[in-house]
Design a protein around this ligand. Sequence first.
Ligand SMILES: [Zn+2]
Length: 241
Amino acid sequence: MYATDSDELQAARAQLVSYSARLLDDGLAVGRAGNMSVRVGDVVAITPSGISYADMRPADVCLLTLAGTEFPAGPEFPDGTELPAGTAPGNQETPSTETPMHLAIYAATSARAVVHTHSPEVIALSASREELPAIHYAITGLGGPVRVAPYVRFGSAGLAAAAVHALDGRQAVILRNHGAVTYGRDLAQAYERAVLLEWLARTYRLALSYGEPAILSDEALDEVAAETSRRRYGERRGGRS
Ligand SMILES: [Zn+2]
């Protein structure tokens, strides 16, 4: 069990506030759109709904228990139980409307942080494409070509199920006519992937303006992934701390 006032959770709440501000600065969302969360043990710290990023304080970040360890959706769909009042002093906020999607991703993957954006390039792509193809080898950082999940209403269990399904073998998914979701081993990595995804979508749109772009083959992507992990292994062996 994790104490709800643990240093780790307090740090997660502060980090969520600072990354939420970056979401607007980096053009990944407007207004109060987008949301993000961090998992600490069986507790999920998630941004509140209906509060502007400018006004958000660490104490406003909501804490939920991660109920259920298995996905798929259905009656067993995992939903969050809010921690009892008093465990998060002064917190009167309502958790993000996309809480079901965040919890489903934690249940189905190794995610330790989830970032949901309403970034314009991926939304534009989602309206007319089934996936973001491999226009650049950096897409291996997201697990490969990124699928577009079918449209389902925001905040619904159906959207959570569609996102998890399209995430299979990937660390990013595009939500049709809605936005995108990325996850990572921590908030920094999940956020970095959201920025990368938006950059890849923009790059693809630019490439389309010249005609039909060349797309990297699965073999080429496998080679990049193998080389990336070989170099990481070499760095570790080289004694980098
Ligand atoms: Zn959304």
